[in-house]
Design a protein around this ligand. Structure first.
Ligand SMILES: Cc1ncc(COP(=O)(O)O)c(C=O)c1O
Length: 466
């Protein structure tokens, strides 16, 4: 290696190690040539090379300054998902009756409002029984019960975004909403960009529809890497971005307004759809719901999905979509998939949305979930390895853990299952078996009961031995 290349390598190493910090000025050319015993010309050549590499910046009459590190943008490729059947059996095993299910994302349903809802449903059913099933002479059809769409539109207008009832399609939970949206924006073989890690139900749906996935690196603090999205859009014909922007499953991040705006700007520039899965948005611990991406959309390209599964009860199986310009397709696919959602539940949930009952319920449950997140964190700090990393979310019901690298979460999952504890291993949340030392837990039920604390302690013991 010649002298000038040697100097380039030496200075590069010092910058990478942080010995020469971003923004700092390098010694003068004269001093460097004395220090490294090189001619001034050799030093100048090396500094120019480092400038070309964007590691240094030359400022006239001031000298050479160390640049801020360039963000690494990973090269991404669309992939097929082949997760479905495995994930289905893993989830089935972790949800067996009798197991302490800490893995699955279901809310607590022991709240007064949830009982009130079921009483309301029973009352509606009794009224219908008295009327001797003569309510109508034809099937209900999409887009859904008019009274529910009206009360839902009122609720969304008061809390999230402006819309009217004609823009809403009622679905069988958010899972059906996601499936209808994906079918409406893409065809077999098309590519959908998703956060990575990503809710496995999304990946299973993408697989079942014969679509490919492009996984965008994401983390609990920054959220989705939109530089990576832009770089991928330059390379691949991506049809849509599917995002879970608020209290993300599994990472827990909540995208800030600037990132939401950047995402819609990218979608506008590249003429792609955004499927916004906003099922946790109403469970914000500071009672402030983040602005939905849909509220920033001036081109009707966002399909906004919500559900009562996380806020009331998973067994209600009701959700919705505001599909924007894809309304006709979503509405038609809903019809050919399942005709309509059960009219009884639609009417009962509509009653729940009227007045302030539902909003008071959201405040109550969000406060409790925040306390439960703290309780889980306390026990994890007490019983799990010190090197366990996690960032507590500011809403929702899910916690993502980065365990010490030697812990294989699949093995931990199997051992935990034998001990009667259900957890979600990290590799369920991607298309290619990564996140092998990560797990996701749900703390919605975590009240530090003796059984729960013992389970967390037992998981800690297993981790020490793995
Ligand atoms: C991010 C996300 N989207 C959608 C769903 C499906 O919700 P639903 O029960 O409303 O179908 C879930 C369920 O866990 C989820 O976590």
């Amino acid at each position: 290696m010649n002298k000038y290349s040697q100097l380039v390598q030496q200075l590069k190493k010092r910058i990478e190690k942080g010995e020469l910090t971003p923004g700092s000025r390098l010694p003068s050319i004269r001093l460097l040539s004395q220090q490294y015993q090189l001619s001034k010309n050799t030093v100048i050549r090396a500094l120019t090379e480092l400038e070309n590499l964007k590691l240094l910046q030359a400022k006239p009459r001031q000298g050479f300054f160390v640049c801020a590190p360039q963000k690494q943008i990973p090269a991404l490729q669309p992939k097929q998902v082949t997760l479905g059947a495995t994930a289905f059996s893993v989830l089935g095993a972790a949800n067996k009756p009798g197991l302490l299910a800490l893995g699955s994302a279901y809310p607590d349903s022991r709240w007064p409002t949830v009982s009130w809802y079921y009483q309301q449903q029973a009352k509606t059913a009794r009224r219908w029984a008295r009327a001797n099933h003569q309510r109508r002479s034809h099937y209900s059809t999409p887009p859904g019960d008019p009274s529910l769409r009206k009360s839902l539109a009122d609720h969304l207008n008061a809390t999230a975004l402006s819309c009217n009832s004609e823009e809403i399609v009622i679905t069988q939970g958010a899972q059906e909403a996601l499936s209808l949206c994906l079918r409406s924006v893409a065809e077999v073989g098309d590519t959908i960009a998703v956060e990575s890690p990503c809710y496995y139900g999304t990946l299973q749906c993408i697989e079942a529809l014969g679509l490919n996935v492009l996984e965008l690196p994401s983390d609990p603090v920054q959220g989705t890497n939109l530089d990576a999205l832009e770089s991928a859009l330059n390379q691949w014909p991506i049809k849509a971005v599917l995002t879970n922007p608020s209290f993300n499953n599994p990472l827990g991040f909540n995208l800030d307004l600037a990132t939401r705006k950047r995402l819609i700007n990218i979608a506008n520039r590249w003429n792609i759809a955004i499927i916004e899965d906003d099922v946790f948005a109403e469970l914000s611990y500071n009672q402030q719901r983040s602005t939905p991406i849909k509220a920033l959309d001036t081109e009707q390209r966002v399909l906004h999905c919500g559900s009562f599964s996380k806020t009331v009860d998973v067994d209600i199986r009701l959700g919705w979509v505001l599909p924007g310009r894809y309304y006709e397709k979503v509405n038609y696919y809903k019809y050919v998939t399942s005709i309509a959602c059960p009219a009884l539940t639609q009417q009962a949930i509509s009653e729940l949305l009227i007045g302030r009952r539902y909003r008071r319920h959201l405040i109550q449950v969000s406060r409790s979930y925040q306390e439960r997140a703290d309780m889980l964190a306390e026990d994890v700090h007490r019983y799990w390895p010190d090197k366990t990393l996690f960032i507590q979310p500011k809403g929702g019901i899910l916690q993502w853990f980065n365990l010490p690298e030697q812990i294989n979460s699949d093995q931990l999952f199997k051992q935990a299952l034998k001990a009667g504890i259900g957890i979600s291993p990290g590799n369920l949340f991607c298309a290619d078996n990564r996140f092998n030392h990560h797990i996701r837990l749900c703390y919605a039920h975590y009240t530090q009961s003796e059984e729960q604390v013992t389970a967390i302690a037992k998981l800690g013991e297993m981790m020490e031995k793995l």
